[in-house]
Design a protein around this ligand. Structure first.
Ligand code: CMP
Length: 140
């Protein structure tokens, strides 16, 4: 099925590598349904990552995500959720370098925290987070 997923180019990667990352997205055949630059507030970042609340890296994660503008992108494609996750590579930079050196994280992440890119983990999360970020746009 054609799906939508939310891709986020995180602040450091947005500042340093946005053109490269956008080229990879287009080359991989994703359509960009919408995109916008957003500076997340602390409240938005906490909401976005609410499943990670209580983890030891939570405060650092929120700080990292609020340090400057991110690019929020709605990607659509057949099987977009999984394809985007495959293209990002694993969360952990070291693992990304070992298992998929051409993945975006292997190329652009700095650490497991500063891992450059986000992608929704499933279709339901994608819908929720697209709504959260793009505020009730029509998803069809
Ligand atoms: P993301 O895929 O956006 O989802 C949760 C984020 O938390 C993750 O990318 C990383 O930025 C961060 N993260 C996940 N695990 C760790 C960890 N063990 N240590 C530090 N940061 C992490």
């Amino acid at each position: 099925p054609v799906e939508q997923t939310l891709a986020v180019i995180k602040p450091d990667a947005y500042k340093e590598h946005k053109d490269d990352i956008l080229s990879y997205i287009k080359e991989a055949g994703f359509s960009i349904s919408q995109m916008k630059e957003t500076v997340l507030t602390k409240e938005m970042a906490e909401g976005f990552y609410k499943d990670h609340r209580g983890k030891p890296f939570f405060d650092q994660l929120v700080q990292y995500m609020c340090q400057g503008p991110s690019m929020m992108i709605i990607l659509s494609k057949e099987n977009a959720v999984q394809e985007w996750r495959d293209m990002m590579g694993p969360t952990d930079l070291e693992l990304a370098k070992q298992s998929n050196p051409s993945s975006l994280r292997a190329q652009f992440a700095k650490s497991i925290l500063e891992n450059a890119i986000h992608g929704s983990s499933n279709v339901e999360h994608a819908k929720k987070n697209i709504n959260l970020i793009f505020e009730n746009i029509n998803l069809e």
